[in-house]
Design a protein around this ligand. Structure first.
Ligand SMILES: [Zn+2]
Ligand SMILES: [Zn+2]
Length: 330
């Protein structure tokens, strides 16, 4: 029999100006009140949130905590304003803090990391400006805000002790979900989405000079771990409820393996760089959605390297990294 729960969960769908569509944020209402994500910094989000609180018999001041699943602006952009109105404690993963607080040294390291990464992986010079403009556009939808409580996963959310924070990296290396053991409900953020596969984004290492994480490899490990948990249903940050999370995880893992196979096949006639492969894999969107298609391609190449099927070599002649199958090398 299911155990009784002490908190209620309410969902609010907020429109965003991004291609992903609306974002779901959640209110956990019990002895204290927590907002799980807040939406982007737009007039629509602010107004939707105001009405939502009112409909639930709350004012801004009733919110005690703001839990951020990760730093993407569709989830966190409005946090500065909401934190100020509510005086609530902002909770996030330590490596999300420099993004949320808009730490200048880190953001410079972030931009330099991407410029170098794109350059050494064949992205043409004229597209680099496009990427920087995209980053500036994103910045319009968020304000920097202080983070008050740092969590890494494993901690309890608040006073009632009903929700546990689960580290679910991959989509970002900072991603956190919330899990209620009593009924197996997970608020899964962008960890798993029903309608679309969540991207595992390449990110700079948390500290300059360190190696970057392999996002898809990390993501797959996290999915395997969550699959072992007795999660009965998930409420994700985009789209509809996921009723059979473990089945969806199995499906996503298989699709990733298929895409990796496809890339392996594309390398059969010779070594290629990441940008070249992204054009072959995503012919209609590889320029327009460069950060996304680049991450997707590089992530699967990381996986093929991890599986021992592919290797990366530096080409002096072309000034780029090339990927080739291990058979080709022999
Ligand atoms: Zn996201
Ligand atoms: Zn999102």
């Amino acid at each position: 029999m299911q155990k009784a729960v002490n908190t209620q969960v309410f969902r609010l769908e907020i429109p965003t100006p991004f291609s992903v569509g609306a974002v779901n944020i959640f209110l956990i209402k019990g002895e204290s009140c927590t907002l799980v994500d807040v939406g982007p910094k737009t007039r629509e989000a602010r107004e939707a949130l105001r009405v939502f609180l009112k409909e639930n018999g709350l004012t801004w001041r009733n919110i005690d905590q703001i839990f951020l699943t990760h730093q993407h602006v569709d989830h966190s952009g409005l946090v500065a304003e909401v934190a100020e109105r509510t005086d609530a404690q902002v909770i996030a993963h330590p490596n999300a803090v420099p993004y949320i607080e808009g730490e200048e040294t880190f953001m410079r390291h972030h931009d330099a990391f991407f410029r170098e990464l794109y350059e050494e992986n064949g992205v043409p010079e004229q597209l680099l400006g496009h990427v920087e403009r995209f980053q500036k556009m994103l910045n319009m939808y968020s304000d920097p805000a202080p983070v008050h409580r740092i969590v890494r996963g494993g901690e309890l959310l608040g006073s009632c002790g009903e929700w546990r924070i689960i580290f679910t990296p991959g989509h970002t290396q900072t991603h956190l979900a919330l899990y209620r053991e009593a009924d197996g409900l997970m608020l899964s953020g962008d960890f798993l989405i029903k309608e679309i596969s969540s991207n595992a984004f390449v990110e700079p290492p948390a500290r300059a000079g360190e190696e970057r994480e392999k996002p898809l490899v990390v993501y797959r490990r996290a999915m395997q771990e969550v699959k072992m948990m007795p999660v009965r249903r998930m409420l994700p940050a985009h789209g509809e409820e996921i009723e059979k999370p473990s089945e969806l995880i199995v499906y996503r893992l298989r699709r990733q393996e298929e895409r990796a196979e496809k890339i392996y096949g594309l390398l059969a006639d010779g070594a290629k760089h990441v940008f070249e492969l992204s054009a072959l894999l995503f012919p209609s969107i590889y320029i327009k959605e460069l950060p996304l298609t680049f991450s997707e391609t590089l992530g699967h190449l990381d996986l093929l390297i991890e599986q021992g099927k592919v290797e990366r070599v530096w080409s002096e002649e072309k000034n780029v990294y090339l990927y080739r199958t291990k058979e080709w090398a022999r």
